[in-house]
Ligand binder design. Structure first.
Ligand code: GLN
Ligand code: ZN
Length: 793
């Protein structure tokens, strides 16, 4: 089907999606008050409607030719696709035709009451981003026949809005494509291959697309991000027949790929019966010319030239130079876009009053990126003079950034040069270290611990905010935070946990907290990016060489340790996560920036050790997510990622126990590297997958200590002792008792104290049950049974 855009007089400009959460996190607050029962579904819906209207208005006002409809989600767009198709996981027993937001959130968050007891859908990272989607559950009886009308309501809203506006923008509907949807789900039962569901899925999309066409939708952006992965033959072979079928029923389709090059699929993409294809022109810049050279005469090529994954202002001259030859080949069939959805960047630089003028001039957030796309469109469409000023400003900002003394730190440069290969290694191997550590602490079998944070109460947040605003002084702040630490420590002692944490009350966010204390990092006031559901993060950005001017956590940890005889874990965020959850400078390799962070952390680790902290946890929840999408690029990444972790940890004595923590990702394919990190103890998230994630560790014979999470901290549902013991029994089937720890999946900051208390009480009970069951009874003679007491001794 031909598209009106193909005969336009100018290049078409659009974005693949706009952040849905709102510049002031309006959607987050609306969702949360709905969950607390303080707002009605109508209230929440009104906020969503308001935000959508605002975001469409921003796109139209910036000169986008399309506004994107369907990028909104009440929690997650993958779950949104399921409810649109009616493919609700059967275990929830929900009727898709009458689904309301309470039912929707039951799937997203789990629930427990007298009627039902449901685990939330599993959550996992969206490709290599820090966005988390809810994993569809595939079972043979699922239906894709149609679900809620929400998308159709949104389309109607957009159509009304556009018809009453002076802008000439049209609506474009975005859908997650059928093959990506299917691929991203997980088989729960009764299917031998996900593709077994394909006929049903395709029939569902056919119906949906036909309905969209009947509703006057002319263009559907259909996202198939899995094309940026290394797909097996069967998945690739599915594309052509699927799209032949969909093309019959559908409005014009713009099939999008993003996050990496898809040049290996060029033949396939040329052959698909779609109106056009979108390519990521930032990560896959090398593929552009090759595609353009052989691009079919009747097809659009949308090029994502403005980076949807980073916050640096676009290098407009380079972008234009990239686009020019494509323009010469394709003429107006070249469309200009963001590389991917703008979901992954903050909303608007105009909300930033905190950044100094110089830093601001280096950046572009979602709203500014709209302008950049428009300026490039103008330059290519013969209106270069009209945008010469914008080009000059971008050029000047880039030049100023390159030469700024804020970027280059000679102390860091010197330190980098002095790094040796032995800096990464501990003195002894794990068996020797763990023996020394065990002698030092004499922990019981199945030692209990938590991941670091305790409930971040409103009071804690208010205190931090008041301190930040200068409303309370240092001493007042210190005392209040110490009270929180006292509470966390005494609670853990009462509960009988074995290895304690200070609870992290002083931390807003595990990356921002450190970024604020390191040179080379900057942070925003409102640079919120959705991480999952209502959770947003404000990633700092790394603009210069990273340097630690002074200790960052030692005072807090030392104070916490002074309150207890039990070991207190120091708590740091690892170098890979510090990198991964920040916007990273684009003027040197990521590995170099990571090494700079690792050296700063190494100094902190050594300072903690000197201050008497004997256990130090270096969290790396983002370790897996840093993996390049294509396996051919993995080894390079994993090698430097492991090395920087080891450099951060490698400065301590054998008797100091290094912990790490990872969560919400698949570990099995990178186990050799996780083992190579050589942390003495790793705690991981496993309860959502019912311990499935642990199997790989068992098969791989993971050598060091491991704590598989037995409490899903994202769910308001608290498992009972038997559930927890059952999970640990599963763990015992694959890991030896001597190596096992007992802990939740992740930090407890999002839970309240009542839940936390209840969950940890049960967790400690579960550990006691295991000690008894396993024959690893507490010895009456010593305070604790040695962890190494053999089961039958
Ligand atoms: N120590 C952190 C906490 O407990 C770890 C958080 C995470 O893994 N994302 O909050
Ligand atoms: Zn975690």
């Amino acid at each position: 089907m031909a598209l009106s855009g193909a005969v336009r007089s100018e290049h078409v400009a659009h974005v693949l999606g706009f952040p849905r959460i709102g510049g002031q996190r309006e959607l987050k607050f609306a969702m949360e008050s709905f969950w607390r029962g303080e707002a009605t579904e109508a209230d929440l819906r009104a906020t969503g409607k308001e935000l959508r209207a605002r975001h469409w208005q921003a796109q139209a006002a910036a000169g986008m030719d399309y506004v994107t409809v369907g990028d909104f989600a009440w929690y997650d767009h993958v779950l949104g696709t399921l409810v649109l198709l009616g493919a609700l996981p059967t275990r929830f027993n929900l009727d898709p035709s009458t689904l309301d937001l309470s039912g929707y959130y039951m799937m997203a968050r789990g629930s427990k009451n007298h009627l039902e007891d449901h685990f939330a859908l599993e959550m996992t990272k969206w490709f290599d981003t820090n966005y988390h989607y809810l994993v569809p559950e595939w079972t043979p009886e699922l239906s894709f026949d149609g679900g809620v009308d929400w998308l159709f309501d949104e389309i109607a809203e957009a159509q009304v809005q556009l018809s009453s506006s002076s802008a000439s923008a049209q609506t474009k509907v975005v859908l997650l494509g059928p093959l990506s949807l299917l691929f991203l789900g997980k088989i729960k039962s009764g299917l031998s291959h996900k593709l077994d569901l394909l006929p049903k899925v395709v029939a569902g999309y056919e119906k949906l697309l036909a309905r969209l066409r009947d509703n006057g939708v002319a263009l559907v952006q259909i996202d198939e991000p899995i094309l940026a992965l290394e797909l097996s033959r069967e998945w690739l072979d599915a594309f052509l027949p699927v799209y032949i079928r969909l093309a019959n029923a559908a409005p014009s389709l713009l099939l999008t790929t993003y996050f990496d090059t898809v040049s290996e699929h060029a033949d396939l993409l040329r052959s698909l019966p779609v109106a056009g294809v979108h390519l990521d022109g930032v990560r896959g810049v090398a593929q552009l010319q090759e595609f353009a050279d052989k691009w079919p005469e009747d097809k659009i090529l949308s090029v994502g030239i403005v980076d949807g994954r980073n916050i640096w202002r676009c290098d407009m001259d380079t972008a234009l130079a990239t686009l020019k030859p494509l323009h010469d080949k394709l003429g107006k069939r070249l469309w200009l876009a963001s590389s991917c959805s703008l979901l992954h960047v903050p909303v608007d630089l105009a909300n930033e009053n905190k950044l100094d003028q110089e830093l601001r001039s280096w950046l572009a957030f979602a709203t500014q990126k709209l302008d950049e796309i428009f300026v490039l469109k103008q330059a290519l469409s013969g209106n270069a003079d009209a945008v010469a000023g914008q080009f000059a400003a971008a050029r000047a900002a880039l030049a100023a950034r390159r030469s700024s003394p804020r970027i280059h730190n000679p102390l860091v440069q010197k330190r980098l040069k002095a790094v040796t290969s032995t800096d990464a290694d501990r003195t002894s191997a794990f068996p020797a270290r763990i023996a020394i550590q065990q002698q030092r602490w004499n922990l019981p079998a199945f030692p209990t611990t938590t991941i670091g944070s305790f409930p971040q109460t409103a009071q804690i947040r208010q205190t931090r905010a008041a301190y930040k605003r200068g409303e309370i002084g240092h001493l007042d702040y210190l005392n209040k935070m110490r009270d929180e630490i006292r509470l966390a420590v005494s609670t853990q002692e009462e509960l009988g946990l074995d290895v304690l944490v200070h609870g992290e009350p002083e931390r807003n966010d595990m990356v921002e907290y450190f970024g604020e204390q390191l040179w080379g990092y900057a942070f925003t006031a409102n640079g919120w990016v959705q991480s999952y559901g209502s959770r947003c993060v404000k990633p700092p950005f790394i603009y210069g060489d990273v340097y630690r001017p002074e200790a960052m956590t030692v005072g807090w940890s030392q104070f916490a340790q002074s309150l207890t005889q039990k070991p207190m874990k120091g708590m740091l965020t690892g170098p890979v996560t510090m990198l991964q959850w920040s916007f990273v400078r684009d003027d040197q390799p990521r590995a170099t920036t990571a090494l700079q962070i690792a050296l700063a952390l190494r100094d902190e680790v050594c300072d903690l050790e000197k201050a008497g902290i004997g256990m130090i946890q270096i969290d790396e929840p983002a370790f897996r997510e840093g993996l390049p999408l294509k396996a051919v690029d993995w080894t390079d990444y994993l090698d430097w990622a492991v090395r920087v972790f080891k450099i951060s940890a490698g400065g301590v004595k054998d008797e100091t126990q290094i912990h790490t923590h990872m969560c919400y990702s698949e570990f099995n394919d990178i186990l050799p590297w996780i083992a190579a990190m050589d942390a003495d103890v790793i705690t991981i998230e496993t309860s959502r997958s019912d311990m499935e994630l642990l199997d790989g560790f068992g098969q791989y014979n993971y050598p060091n200590d491991i704590g598989p999470g037995i409490y899903d901290i994202h769910s308001p549902r608290i498992p009972n002792v038997d559930d927890m013991v059952r999970l640990m029994e599963k763990a015992r089937g694959v890991i030896s008792d001597q190596r096992l720890w007992v802990n939740p999946d992740c930090g407890l900051k999002t839970r309240n104290w009542t839940e936390t208390h209840e969950a940890l009480t049960r967790m400690v009970q579960a550990a006691h049950t295991l000690r008894e069951k396993g024959g690893l009874k507490l010895q009456v003679t010593s305070q604790h049974a040695s962890r190494l007491t053999p089961a039958a001794a």
